[in-house]
Write a new protein. Structure first.
Length: 666
């Protein structure tokens, strides 16, 4: 590992909306001397909120990169959005981080997005420091929130500080690693808190426990180095306290990033290996590709290989960014993050160079709603097509569907806030006044039973493609499994490859117009003609054979389901459980916590889209609901959600062949 990597940290700042991520990031930049004046989220002057809509709304919409120096260490910070509608930004940022700071409000405690992020961080085993923020606010209750963290996140969350005072009297935190507690005498309970810290560490290591119980001398520095080692490997999660809006606890948090989070692996002498995790546009320079490099180095004017697209592109410039500010650095080395210009075809998720060192993706965001865009004037249509395609480059989950024949544009969204932001961006960036129709839930289809699909595509000449597929239902959540049992002497590999490419496309619209999932498709027979067959024949034949098979087996409708946790005053428990039943949901046995009741269960997304608002009204703001995507489940027989098909249905084989062949000729 190079010295450059040792003295660097790549850290994501994560939290539920309004827990204080952007304010914390701003104060870290200020404390390090990176910025001279403090910005504010409320006034729209925060460095990492550079989009107009972020300044206006006071929320983060896109992940924003910033960098600073602290105690000789270069720290790349990525401030991520906290609202669930922008979860796709969070998942892309998480992939390129070596460590994380998870911020939890001392008032609101562990919230829905907090848990979603936590489970993803643990799935990737990203070492994490916890920062309990807003201890200066009315209602701050660090003991209650610590209990929530240990219940909902991890029992391995270990405070390494003791807060001094509470609410308006909060003045900071005492360091439990101090050699002498005299400096922390103003913190009541310091001795007990440090003993609890020692015991928490001793419980996790037999040798340490034996020394501790036998009264052996263990210096605070030894305790601290043990804790740091375990934190860097994700065995424990140090917890710090602060009030970011007043700058309290910020220096300690920067020390914690340097001390508890790992340096990136990899060296500049290794093969080039990196990933693009974010795309933006610069009016003068074109595409800005945010790249995390795991091995090798990139310099201005280098030609680099895009492994995902199997193309080579040339780098024109490399810059570091702080929100809207940029500086040319000319070099990107292993372990670092920077913006690379010049790659005109690059997309989010593209792997550059060797894919071996690039970590897996974690999928958090699943768009459950689809909406149709409506433009004000006929001449806006081509501009809107281009604008939405550009925005889809920046957020692929928008998955823009452009129906040329019907002159319709559809996008997938996570929720109403994302739709508001999308409307704002189209107006402010592109000058396009756009409205969106009513959001509808995205259903899916799955085969009802096992069967076969067959096509003999022999007319009109010249063509020859014969295919037979076996279609089988798969386990829920398994997606598409594809296999072939056809030998190369029966159907040439080049034709089989074409079939394999076209099967997923053919399943984008089933009998009811929705994507078909959770199935296994096996090619069990294939035939070509030595003179009459053209590779494009299998482009035409595959959808017809697949749809023939779906018609034979029929399909069942699947709907998205939320897992939920509702916390309400006890007197509302019965009404809430009744509501859940009316929405076709299921509740587990409720749990009483003091004067509040916790209700968990599952409920269809289609019936519960407005329930958060209803719950707020019912409980006069005293009830909370946390929802997590719980997968797709089979709909009851009385639910009918057919969608108009796009294009000609391959079941109408004569019309389909004519339409596709016309397109091929054109």
């Amino acid at each position: 590992m190079s010295n450059v990597a040792i003295n660097r940290r790549n850290v994501g700042i994560f939290a539920h909306v309004d827990a204080g991520k952007t304010t914390t990031t701003e104060h870290m930049l200020y404390a390090s001397g990176r910025i001279r004046e403090l910005g504010s989220v409320d006034s729209g002057t925060a460095v990492t909120d550079s989009m107009d809509v972020e300044k206006e709304r006071g929320i983060s919409v896109r992940a924003a990169a910033a960098f600073l120096e602290w105690d000789g260490i270069s720290i790349n910070l990525v401030d991520t959005p906290g609202h669930v509608d922008f979860l796709s930004e969070v998942e892309r940022s998480m992939r390129v981080m070596d460590g994380a700071v998870l911020i939890v409000s001392a008032v609101e405690g562990v919230q829905a997005q907090t848990e979603v992020i936590w489970h993803a961080l643990r799935k990737l085993n990203i070492p994490t420091v916890l920062f309990m923020n807003k201890l200066d606010r009315v209602g701050a209750d660090p003991a209650r929130v610590l209990a929530e963290i240990r219940r909902y996140l991890s029992p391995d969350a270990i405070p390494v500080q003791l807060p001094i005072g509470e609410e308006h009297s909060f003045s900071g935190s005492a360091d439990l690693w101090a050699e002498d507690g005299a400096s922390a005498a103003e913190a009541a309970g310091w001795d007990e808190a440090r003993t609890a810290l020692w015991e928490a560490l001793a419980e996790r290591d037999e040798q340490l426990l034996e020394r501790y119980v036998s009264g052996g001398e263990i210096a605070p520095s030894e305790w601290k180095s043990t804790a740091a080692e375990w934190a860097r490997s994700g065995r424990i999660f140090p917890l710090l306290y602060g009030a970011a809006s007043k700058g309290i606890g910020i220096a300690s948090l920067l020390d914690a990033i340097a001390g508890y989070l790992p340096a990136p692996a990899g060296g500049a002498d290794a093969p080039l290996s990196g990933v693009v995790f974010k795309i933006e546009r610069d009016k003068a320079m074109g595409r800005m590709a945010y790249v995390r490099l795991y091995g090798g180095s990139i310099r201005n004017r280098d030609a680099i290989f895009n492994y995902t697209q199997q193309i080579e592109e040339k780098v024109t410039q490399i810059r570091k960014t702080d929100g809207s500010r940029q500086e040319d650095v000319g070099l990107l080395e292993a372990g670092d993050i920077a913006v690379v210009f010049g790659m005109a075809n690059v997309r989010i998720g593209d792997v550059l160079g060797d894919p071996e060192a690039v970590p897996q993706e974690v999928r958090l965001a699943v768009p459950l709603l689809t909406v149709q865009a409506h433009w004000a004037e006929p001449q806006h249509y081509p501009r809107l097509v281009q604008a939405l395609q550009e925005l889809s480059d920046e957020d692929p989950l928008l998955d823009v569907q452009w129906l040329q024949d019907e002159r319709e544009l559809h996008v997938k969204v996570m929720g109403p806030i994302q739709l508001e932001i999308l409307t704002n961006v189209l107006q402010s960036r592109y000058g396009l006044p756009v409205t969106f129709g009513k959001a509808s839930v995205i259903y899916k289809e799955t085969p009802a039973r096992e069967g076969e699909g067959y096509i003999a595509y022999l007319m009109p000449k010249p063509c020859w493609a014969i295919l037979r597929f076996r279609i089988e239902p798969g386990p829920r959540g398994s997606g598409l499994q594809y296999d072939t049992q056809v030998r190369a002497d029966q159907l040439l590999p080049q034709y089989q490859n074409e079939v394999a490419r076209r099967v997923p496309e053919a399943l984008q619209q089933g009998l009811k117009g929705w994507e078909v999932v959770d199935l296994k498709v096996t090619l069990i027979y294939g035939e070509h003609h030595v003179w009459h067959t053209h590779p494009l024949d299998f482009v035409v034949a595959t959808p017809m054979a697949i749809m023939n098979g779906l018609a034979a087996v029929t399909t069942k409708l699947l709907e998205p389901v939320w897992q939920f946790r509702i916390v309400v005053p006890e007197e509302y428990g019965g009404r809430v459980m009744h509501d859940i039943t009316l929405m076709r949901g299921m509740c587990e046995a409720p749990v009483l916590q003091g004067d509040r009741i916790v209700i968990e269960g599952r409920v269809p997304a289609a019936t519960s889209l407005e329930y958060a608002t209803e719950l707020h009204s019912l409980t006069k703001g005293r009830g909370t609901i946390a929802t997590f995507f719980g997968g797709y489940e089979e709909c009851p027989p009385d639910v009918d959600a057919e969608r108009q098909r796009r294009g000609v249905n391959p079941l109408d084989q004569a019309r389909y062949i004519l339409s596709v062949r016309n397109a091929l000729q054109g």
